[in-house]
Design a protein around this ligand. Structure first.
Ligand code: 26Y
Length: 798
């Protein structure tokens, strides 16, 4: 490090700043990483194994220096050297700007998957967009969310390599003319298009301790060449691609919205840009292998599309095969449907992508023709071959009501359709996509999500990781299922005591961070009750804050009330245009400022809403959580992955029977999890029958009446009407997420938690059971299932 500092920076290490150290360590690690990168590439060139290409509009990779250090085996040495030199390692690591190339769960999942792929020595690539502005930075001003741009590339990003020589041209708009060839076949000429250059930036994805390095390729949109620059200067072209989007805007910013499809036109361009550039690269690579014909593409290539966002890859593949490679429809379709696999992440209809026909026709005229043909053939196929489904054609069509239903396109064009937790897959098969399941039962399958235990346990919680290794050895690091060996220690008092000590230390660290960043002093002996995820009505942060208000009301009534002190910790970004979500943020902040400043409750409860949730902040909070809030309306949360992260770090879950919570419960057993609320079938039955009345709930439960009236009349007696909207919204929409309905069982279940936490030995043994079973939720397991069940990949042995 010392000599690198001298040669690279011309500085003595004693004079180095944190940034100097960061740069130098990156350079040292990169040398190591690059060796593996080259080796892996050479290996794949020679062996030509089948590869998976993971197409995703989001990759929330988090900071890379620490995880790369860990994976190349230099982490401990580096930490020690830094300490010896008098530096705090975390001060150096936090010099890295956390790349926010994703919204939430879907983007983080993609990042965990790449980590596991490389670690299991499966050859694969991620493809995404190099957004110049990632997820917005969230600040609270007067309790309201404000959004600041996240210009993460201000400093050069040390992990990317620009590969201008591999740039690819992508075309938009223009017009298509049909010509008849001499042999009678049709030729489609696509002319007068707007051209954009997709320039790749490659980021290495480093496997753990195996010298296997895959690639995450990020596409950046640029001018085609200097010639069109000239043209640009005269025609204003480079400011106006068309419809006021400049070329640079295509990779300008991530859509900060994980539920609705606003700003459609630019989003379509982004999706097509990713898809067109990636497919070209995939086909180029295949051809470089000197394969026989593209007919055999599926033997070397499988493309996983992460939700419908990259599903235009299906018609784009058809376009390439027919217009550029000369295949007829039947053969092109046969190739295409053997290559694509689709993962669904939501059943919420507002998050299912649908594009207006006119928009696709105008932006991607040739693709529209192909989608239209896919739709025609699909509908005709049902009509003739599945007469029993004829009545369902309007619901199943790819094009209907003037819109293109991307989920339908994705199902029809893929050989595999998977959900992300068992319940979610069951709902897809039996409800949401029932008819498709009748048509293609062999396509539907479940792949329960996972998280990389290397980042989320080994790296984020070294105290716990060390304790585990001292107890059961280190084999769990490569075989996370072996965490179950901890089950032998559920009644081992010395271990429980040490576990308690680890949690205590982690909580002290977080308490210090909270104090430094917010000025709030929290009791590090209190229960750390954590809800960290996107702000959404279905995730029910409102139910959580209702419980807080209830406790506060109780404490005001009786300051001597014997409750276990609690710190409620929230993190959540709301989509900038999601009014109600933003109201809930303001409410939580308002409750926090009242509760935290009220001396009469003796600091028994505190509420902390930390700004700007991102991967790095999660790494600080997760190790310190006692209670993990997973309280979505049953049936709405496809899987959840925060639930897995906190369980792995010894938190106990309070949750509904939703998403992967069910699988957590099945593993740890009822005594080790706190389940409450309506079940998915009950929720559905209420939707069907219309028998639920929010107004009855409001009138019949005094606690709810009090809280709702406080919202209506100005919270806690102050005369402001800030939250009347919440009051009216809940009643006028009849509380579609059953917040009022589940309130009672939620409060009761929290009372059980309060009681259970008093018996630390028992609590800690529940905690051990959770950690012990968390190995199933390693993304290594998930990736193994994808690799054998869907992708049919071979592990590359050294
Ligand atoms: C269409 C566009 C606006 C859009 C953009 C992002 C729609 C959805 C999203 C993101 C969805 C998402 O993050 N879903 C989450 O995926 C996780 C990984 O599978 C699940 O654990 C989680 O339950 C689900 O909400």
């Amino acid at each position: 490090m010392k000599s690198k500092m001298e040669t690279l920076k011309g500085k003595n290490i004693t004079d180095a700043s944190h940034k100097d150290l960061y740069d130098v360590i990156c350079a040292i690690v990169s040398e190591e990483v690059n060796k593996g990168w080259l080796k892996t590439e050479e290996h794949c060139k020679q062996k030509q194994p089948k590869q998976v290409y993971y197409l995703s509009m989001e990759f929330l990779i988090g900071r890379l220096l620490e995880s790369n250090l860990l994976n190349v085996g230099m982490w401990k040495v580096c930490n020690e050297s830094l300490r010896r030199l008098g530096f705090t390692p975390t001060d150096v690591y936090k010099e890295e700007h956390d790349p926010g190339l994703g919204n939430g769960g879907l983007g983080r999942l993609a990042a965990c998957f790449l980590d596991s792929l490389a670690t299991l020595s499966y050859p694969g690539h991620g493809f995404c967009i190099r957004y110049r502005y990632g997820m917005f930075e969230q600040r609270f001003i007067n309790g309201y969310q404000t959004e600041l741009p996240d210009y993460w590339l201000k400093e050069p990003y040390p992990w990317e390599t620009r590969r201008a020589d591999e740039a690819i041209e992508v075309q938009f708009g223009g017009n298509v003319t049909m010509l008849k060839r001499n042999d009678g076949s049709l030729e489609f000429k696509h002319e007068n298009t707007d051209k954009v250059l997709a320039v790749p930036y490659d980021v290495p994805v480093v496997g753990y301790n195996n010298e296997f390095v895959n690639t995450l390729r990020l596409w950046s949109a640029e001018q085609v060449d200097s010639a069109s620059h000239l043209h640009a200067a005269t025609s204003n072209y480079y400011q106006q691609l068309e419809h006021n989007h400049s070329i640079e805007q295509i990779s300008g910013m991530l859509y900060p919205d994980d539920s609705t499809d606003e700003g459609k036109r630019l989003r379509i361009k982004q999706e097509y840009f990713l898809v067109a550039a990636s497919l070209k690269k995939i086909i180029n690579d295949y051809k470089a292998m000197k394969q026989k014909s593209l007919i055999h593409l599926h033997e070397k290539v499988v493309i996983q599309i992460n939700d419908t966002h990259p599903s235009m890859a299906i018609p784009e593949m058809m376009r390439i095969l027919m217009d550029e490679e000369g295949f007829g429809w039947e053969n092109a379709w046969a190739i295409t449907t053997k290559v694509f696999a689709y993962t669904n992440h939501t059943i919420m209809s507002e998050a299912l992508e649908k594009w207006p026909i006119s928009m696709i026709q105008e932006l991607l005229p040739r693709l529209y023709m192909i989608i239209d043909e896919i739709n025609e053939r699909f509908c005709q196929g049902i009509w003739f071959d599945y007469p029993e489904l004829r009545d369902s054609i309007p619901q199943m069509a790819i094009i209907a009501d003037g819109q293109i239903h991307m989920a339908h396109l994705a199902i029809v064009g893929s050989f595999s359709v998977n959900g992300v937790a068992q319940l979610h897959t069951d709902i897809l098969k039996n409800h949401e996509m029932k008819n498709f399941n009748k048509l293609y039962p062999e396509r539907f399958n479940n792949k329960t999500n996972g998280i990389t235990h290397r980042r989320w346990l080994l790296m984020a919680n070294p105290r716990l990781a060390n304790l585990i290794s001292e107890t059961i050895g280190t084999r769990w690091v490569n075989r996370p299922r072996e965490l179950t060996h901890l089950l032998r220690y559920v009644n081992d008092n010395p271990l429980l005591e040490r576990l308690g000590h680890v949690k205590e230390k982690n909580k002290q660290d977080l308490a210090r961070y909270i104090h430094q960043t917010t000025g709030i002093l929290v009791d590090d002996q209190s229960i750390f009750d954590v809800q960290i995820k996107r702000m959404h009505e279905y995730k029910r942060q409102l139910l959580n804050i209702f419980h807080v208000i209830y406790l506060y009301n109780e404490l005001k009534e009786n300051p001597q009330l014997d409750i276990t002190p609690r710190t409620f910790i929230f993190c959540a970004k709301a989509a900038p245009g999601y009014y109600f979500a933003k109201e809930i943020i303001k409410l939580i902040n308002t409750v926090a400022s009242i509760v935290n400043h009220d001396a009469t409750i003796n600091g028994k409860i505190k509420v902390v809403f930390l700004e700007n949730y991102n991967v790095s902040l999660a790494e600080k909070i997760v190790p310190a959580a006692d209670v993990s809030e997973q309280i979505s309306t049953a049936s709405k949360e496809a899987s959840g992955t925060g639930n897995m992260k906190m369980m792995m770090n010894g938190a106990l879950t309070i949750g509904t029977l939703d998403g992967a919570n069910i699988e957590i419960k099945n593993l740890v057993g009822d005594p080790n999890i706190f389940i409450f609320g309506l079940r998915a079938e009950e929720v559905n039955a209420y939707y069907q029958s219309g028998q639920y009345s929010a107004s009855d709930m409001y009138h019949n439960d005094e606690r709810i009446t009090q809280i709702m009236d406080q919202l209506r009349d100005g919270i806690f007696g102050h005369h402001d009407t800030e939250f009347t909207d919440i009051y009216y919204h809940l009643l006028s929409t009849n509380d579609p997420f059953f917040i009022l309905k589940d309130f009672e069982s939620y409060v009761e279940t929290h009372q059980l938690i309060d009681e259970a936490y008093r018996h630390q030995d028992k609590w800690l043994s529940k905690s051990i059971v959770n950690i012990a079973h968390s190995g199933k939720f390693s993304s290594d397991r998930t990736i193994q299932e994808y690799a054998t069940g869907i992708w049919k990949l071979d592990k590359q042995l050294k």
